[in-house]
Design a protein. Structure first.
Length: 79
């Protein structure tokens, strides 16, 4: 089964590195990315990820509220 990953980090170089790293792993596909939590929600729903990867430094919301929003937007995702 392919794991569809959505990346959230405020540093483009980190997102690029993770994209390159994860993209080289069999059964991993990076389906989207965003620089902030606010931008994430718009793109997140369209990408239909099965996993979410974000760094704590980029959060403008708490981790618990972010996880709750992730669960609400995509109940099948693992945050």
């Amino acid at each position: 089964m392919t794991t569809r990953i959505f990346l959230v980090d405020d540093h483009e170089i980190v997102r690029r590195g993770l994209f390159d790293l994860l993209g080289g792993v069999e059964d991993f596909v990076v389906v989207g990315e965003a620089a902030s939590v606010g931008k994430r929600w718009r793109r997140y729903r369209r990408a239909m990820p099965t996993s979410l990867f974000w760094t704590c430094g980029c959060l403008t919301a708490t981790a618990s509220s972010c996880a709750a929003n992730s669960a609400r937007c995509c109940p099948t995702c693992a945050a």
